[in-house]
Design a protein around this ligand. Structure first.
Ligand code: UDP
Length: 369
């Protein structure tokens, strides 16, 4: 019998547990410090409205990886869902990501795709060769006016710093389209699980050789001698008791309200103006258009720096963070029988599909050894 400890019941931990459990000679203990499985993907029905609520913010499954897409559907029925985000700036509602509609509306034009490309090229900053930060990436690809309207204020609110301090890769997550496609994601496979995300984790972890212990916090003083291997998905700095200092994360928090009928007519509306304190509003019943609800619940999303006890969301990866990360990674390499994986343990900005792909690959490599 091989014994494994998995720290964290988010996608990284659940995928490893599910894969290892296929071998009846394995026994897997999954622990999580929270009172529920699913990490930040946790969903549950709101008791008053019966709406499926994404407790830690909206999760729209999207991937270009067919293996991941097939894999997730072993545990749920994916319903077709396209995230069509709107953004409010200076008293107008625009389409996001920036597409031909956004460009024409913002500049009060009726450009076709070719004209729009030429126009954006003419207003973009052509002096920037290789963008070295978020702001330069924006100026090079969309120019000052669109950047200042839709990205500068929002990004300052979300990240709590100047966009010049942030990596260009954060902006590269979003496309700029010269057609009227307003799908927020460009990946070919997209959907929302019919019964929410928690049901996926329940299925993944439902095996006779998996034991889940909630409300259980791991620390490096744990006696792990009884385990053959440990898969750690918690924060890397917390594992080492912050000996090289804390890595910076942004966290988000929500103000929840319930009202009758339809609050905003869309799942997600962003607020780009810097003087609006929240970044976006998500109205959860619009994530399940196949259900009908009389009442609606919506979350205003605010962003702040993490403090002790906050749930870490977005790794900031500022220059000083990356220096500390190198020190922590050196410590990880010295450890015997530990694998660090996932967003928190590797300190990377990963989506659900990245996390699942990584865990599947790590499992494959692990069983080859
Ligand atoms: N962003 C922005 N305005 C928007 C949407 C996004 O400035 O209306 C920026 C913001 O800095 C964000 C980044 O683009 O962090 C990437 O957006 P994405 O939607 O991928 O962020 P996430 O869904 O992970 O919060």
């Amino acid at each position: 019998m091989n014994r494994y400890l998995i720290v964290g019941a988010g996608f990284s931990g659940a995928v490893i547990a599910e894969r290892l459990a296929k071998n009846p000679d394995n026994f897997i203990v999954v622990i999580d410090e929270r009172e529920h499985i699913g990490g930040n993907c946790f969903t549950e029905r709101d008791s008053e409205t019966n709406v499926m609520v994404h407790k830690y913010g909206p999760h729209i499954f999207n991937t270009d990886n067919i293996e991941v897409w097939n894999y997730i559907q072993e545990f749920c029925q994916m319903m077709p869902f396209v995230n069509r985000v709107k953004t409010i700036f200076n008293g107008n509602v625009y389409s996001m990501p920036i597409n031909l509609h956004t460009i024409n509306q913002f500049f009060e034009k009726t450009l076709n795709p070719t004209e729009a490309k030429d126009f954006i090229k003419s207003i973009a900053d052509n002096t920037i060769d290789v963008p070295s930060n978020f702001e330069e990436q924006a100026l090079k690809f969309i120019g000052k006016d669109l950047y200042e309207a839709f990205f500068y204020g929002y990004t300052k609110k979300q990240w709590g710093c100047e966009p010049t301090e942030l990596p260009a890769s954060i902006l590269k997550r979003l496309p700029v389209r010269f057609n009227y496609d307003d799908n927020y994601y460009s990946n070919p496979y997209q959907g929302i699980p019919k019964d929410g995300y928690t049901a996926i984790f329940e299925k993944m972890l439902n095996a006779p050789n998996i034991k889940v212990n909630l409300n259980t916090k791991f620390d490096s003083k744990w006696d792990v001698r009884e385990y053959d291997h440990i898969f750690y998905t918690g924060p890397i700095d917390s594992f080492f008791n912050y000996k090289y200092g804390r890595l910076s994360y942004r966290t988000v928090f929500f103000e929840s309200s319930i009202t009758n009928d339809d609050y905003q007519g869309n799942a997600v509306i962003n607020y780009a103006d810097p003087d609006v304190p929240f970044t976006r509003i998500h109205e959860h019943k619009h994530f399940t258009p196949w259900e009908s609800h009389n009442k609606t619940i919506y979350f205003k999303e605010f962003s702040k720096e993490t403090e002790e006890g906050d749930v870490p969301y977005y790794p900031k990866r500022l220059a000083q963070d990356l220096e500390k990360l190198v020190e922590y990674q050196k410590e990880v390499e010295k450890l015997d029988k530990f694998t660090f994986l996932g967003r928190l343990a590797t300190y990377r900005y990963m989506d659900m599909h990245h996390v699942i792909a990584e865990a599947l690959e790590i499992h494959r490599q692990f069983i080859k050894q």
